[in-house]
Ligand binder design. Structure first.
Ligand code: HEC
Length: 170
């Protein structure tokens, strides 16, 4: 599979502006909206990953790890949901990247007579905000049915432009 210039540019932009500071997350939401007009960003939003012969890029791989460190206690293993929180594998079939980011940054709370469901805000949690594009990439790949359950296999570093971009941005 080849990936065009636009696609590489989309990945590079994303990894640069998610510079890991929770304080930037809110402006990142706004930047995300502005960039939605950009075709390469739309591509990234729909398919924010590279998968070759069943092997995933660094973003998806790291997203798997981060998801299982911070989200799976409520959202279930492999994004499949639990009795407490929705299956993100389903949510991402219709949810935009910026809506996803908005919920993770601000949290969401529905408290009434029949429900006390709380999605915490992760704005102050660098271990989540720093890797939020990776978590999105993992969940989107799951949602698009391109990654199965369990720990995915990684592409070799030399064949993984996402890994190179990520390293270069650190
Ligand atoms: C303490 C439990 C808990 C944790 C941990 C948690 N969530 Fe949630 N999350 C929830 C609940 C409950 C909801 C549903 C909130 C509601 O009723 O609207 C939710 C909703 C969401 C939604 C909106 C889904 C939809 O269909 O509207 C997204 C996106 C989301 N969570 C992402 C994450 C991510 C990413 C992580 C890890 C960084 C995470 N959550 C960690 C409890 C949690």
């Amino acid at each position: 599979m080849s990936f065009g210039h636009d696609r590489e540019r989309g990945i590079r932009r994303r990894s640069r502006w998610v510079s890991g500071l929770a304080a930037l997350a809110v402006s990142a939401v706004m930047a995300g909206n502005a960039m939605a007009q950009d075709a390469s960003t739309d591509d990234w939003e729909q398919k924010p990953y590279i998968i070759k012969d069943g092997k995933v890029d660094y973003g998806v791989y790291n997203g798997f790890r981060r998801y299982h460190a911070s989200c799976h206690v409520c959202h279930g293993p492999d994004g499949l949901g639990s009795s407490y929180a929705p299956a993100l594998v389903e949510s991402l079939k219709t949810m935009s990247y910026s809506d996803f980011l908005e919920v993770v940054v601000n949290g969401r709370q529905v408290v009434n007579a029949s429900s006390d469901s709380v999605m915490p805000s992760f704005a102050e949690v660098p271990d989540v905000m720093f890797y939020i594009d990776h978590i999105y990439a993992y969940l989107k790949a799951r949602s698009n049915d391109e990654v199965g359950r369990g720990r995915p296999k990684r592409l070799p570093a030399g064949e993984d432009p996402v890994f190179k971009e990520w390293k270069a941005s650190q």
